[in-house]
Design a protein around this ligand. Structure first.
Ligand code: PLP
Length: 230
């Protein structure tokens, strides 16, 4: 299967999953996760009409963005170390992985210096998995209220990366929990959090059924990653 065919397949699956729960496919943004893939491979997805890409490492964004068309949108989906914020900010449309108030404040300050208005999501550790980054539910109310007031940063919603489980039905409760948490936060803080970034290649269907507005799909589009190349 070519990348163009894979994209069509994933898009059709997105429509089907949306239809099953009475949603429209346009409510869901497909982020093609291009981590580890070189620009010539990403270009195949661009040629097939795709424009939104996700990377989990700052270094890869710094290398790939200047080498590709300026009309593409790049989302940072991996952990951001504070000392890399200034470099990466001009290159990303959205940062999914904001996992502390300190990082949000720092992004806001630097965005102000650079004249940028980055969109961000707060990364939530729904399952309280110690091996994962992310905020826990009880810290979120304060952080959402504070981050919503920042001048530069545009808080759009929540993101989660549950621990891998080959069975999407085992992951589904975490997706539902993120949506419920969002609804509670909106009630308690009055802050709208329209975006829910959740779901990857093997479980995006369940994520869409549970309310995902952004799905992050890598291997179903590009194939199996070879980490020895990066
Ligand atoms: C790699 C990655 C994905 C995509 O994973 P696939 O299983 O290849 O679809 C999604 N989200 C994050 C945060 C990732 O690092």
């Amino acid at each position: 299967m070519s990348i163009a065919e894979n994209l069509s397949f994933v898009e059709a699956e997105v429509s089907d999953a949306a239809a099953r729960v009475g949603r429209l496919a346009d409510e869901i943004t497909l982020i093609a996760v291009s981590k580890t893939w070189p620009v010539d491979v990403i270009q195949e997805a661009v040629s097939a009409g795709h424009r939104i890409f996700g990377e989990n490492k700052v270094q890869e964004i710094l290398e790939k963005v200047p080498a590709m068309s300026f009309e593409l949108k790049w989302h940072l989906i991996g952990h951001l170390q504070k000392n890399k914020t200034r470099k990466v900010l001009p290159y990303c449309a959205m940062i999914h992985s904001v996992d502390s108030l300190g990082l949000a404040l720092q992004i806001d300050r630097i965005a102000g210096e650079l004249g940028l208005k980055p969109e961000i999501l707060l990364q939530v550790n729904v399952a309280r998995d110690e091996a994962k980054f992310g905020l826990v539910a009880e810290d979120l109310e304060n952080i959402v209220s504070e981050v919503a007031q920042l001048e530069q940063v545009q808080l759009k919603g929540l993101m989660t990366v549950p621990a891998f489980d080959p069975d999407p039905e085992k992951v589904r409760p975490h997706f539902a929990a993120l949506r419920e948490l969002r609804d509670q936060l909106t009630t308690s803080t009055g802050v709208e959090l329209p975006e829910l970034s959740m779901g990857m290649s093997h479980d995006f269907r369940a994520a869409i059924e549970e309310g995902a507005t952004q799905i992050r799909v890598g291997s179903s589009i590009f194939g199996q990653r070879d980490y020895s190349r990066s």
